[in-house]
Ligand binder design. Structure first.
Ligand code: KG4
Ligand code: ZN
Length: 341
């Protein structure tokens, strides 16, 4: 089965073609980051308009890359939520309409299920069951994954998502949007132990997260070192490292708890923040101690992309699921509401 996948839930337009025998045949991405950077964050209306401009040309480019004609597609998958409503509508309406035109089924995919399944596109994919840590700009979730489509939320963020905490902290340091990866690079220059921030909620039982207090602690520390609106570069790097270490330690402790609570040995990390090097290294170390194994997608599939949507859509279409012609978009949608396969 060959599936066209469309991602447009936020500020990336992603298109991919997945073939169940041959794997990924094409993968095209257009990032709107530069356009939103000017405003310090995603402007939803601008995002929708840009998806409208970029989506069809990207679909064309994907077919060219794969050397295929549209009639060779067996189904279309689009992100149906969660995400920005206008942005989702562009991908959903386009995906649903071309599927109708081509006489093939279409299916709406849950964006976080896409992230969760992204490691399945790598050479040594994890077997089921596993624990998944999903850390993106909008969500922080720990999920018990029994089988594809069978998800139980073990913990989630009570306030800011991990990526959001990275972005907001980066903004306080004067880094451009989206600051997460830049903050990670700044932290590489930081000296360990100069600053120590609280590890949110690790002293409390359970697997939920909270990052807003940490953000406040960072803000106060930055204020202490600001002279004439300037913070010395080395101090910024030291604070960035202390912040990143607090987030990484918190995520690691909760992941260890999740492995112990479920008895699973495999840990999957996905979503934008899973590209963070310190997080990967620390989780690798923890998984090794727990006699487990860590899995993650290649860097380009950590952040939003069409490939993960094409793959998740393929699993659902193959199981006979399809969306009807009246589109339903779910800007808010919990992953544990999904129909299992
Ligand atoms: O999954 P994603 O592309 O979009 C959402 O679904 O939200 O995640 C984007 C988030 C942003 O907050 C970005 O700053 C963060 O992932 N991010 C990182 C890194 N790369 C991306 N955060 C920390 N370190 C990184 N290397
Ligand atoms: Zn995402």
């Amino acid at each position: 089965m060959r599936v066209l996948g469309i991602e447009s839930s936020c500020d990336e337009t992603g298109v991919a073609i997945y073939d169940s025998d041959k794997g990924l045949l094409a993968h095209q991405l257009y990032s709107q980051v530069k356009m939103h950077a000017e405003f310090g964050g995603v402007v939803p209306e601008l995002a929708s308009r840009d998806h409208v401009r970029k989506l069809l040309p990207l679909i064309n480019a994907a077919f060219e890359e794969a050397g295929l004609l549209p009639e060779s597609i067996d189904g279309v998958a689009y992100t149906a939520g969660p995400g920005l409503i206008g942005a989702l509508m562009v991908g959903a309406a386009t995906g649903r309409a071309i599927a109708m035109g081509w006489g093939v089924p279409a299916v709406g995919v849950h964006h976080m299920e896409g992230h969760l399944l992204a490691p399945m596109l790598e050479e040594n994919p994890p077997e089921y069951p596993f624990v998944a840590l999903l850390v993106s700009g909008g969500h922080t979730l720990l999920v018990d994954v029994a089988a594809p489509g069978s998800y139980r939320i073990l913990g989630e963020s009570l306030d800011d998502a991990a990526g959001e905490a990275f972005d907001k902290t980066a903004k306080m340091m004067g880094l451009p949007y989206p600051g997460g990866p830049l903050l990670g690079q700044l932290a590489d220059k930081g000296r360990p132990g100069i600053f120590v921030f609280p590890r949110p909620m690790i002293d409390r039982p359970g697997m939920d997260f909270s990052f807003s207090g940490l953000k406040t602690a960072v803000r106060l520390e930055i204020a202490k070192h600001t002279v004439d609106e300037v913070v010395p570069e080395q101090t910024k790097a030291d604070i960035a490292l202390a912040f990143q270490t607090a987030v990484v330690e918190t995520l690691t402790v909760k992941c260890r708890r999740a492995l112990q609570a479920t008895g699973h040995k495999r840990l999957v990390i996905a979503g934008g923040v899973s590209a963070n090097r310190q997080l990967r290294a620390r989780l690798q170390e923890m998984a090794y101690k727990e006699k487990g194994q860590l899995y993650y997608p290649r860097p380009e599939f950590c952040t939003d992309n069409g490939a993960m949507i094409a793959y998740a859509g393929y699993l659902r279409l193959q199981a006979g699921m399809k969306s009807d012609l009246s589109l339903s978009i779910r800007p808010r949608w919990s992953i544990d509401e999904l129909e299992s396969l």
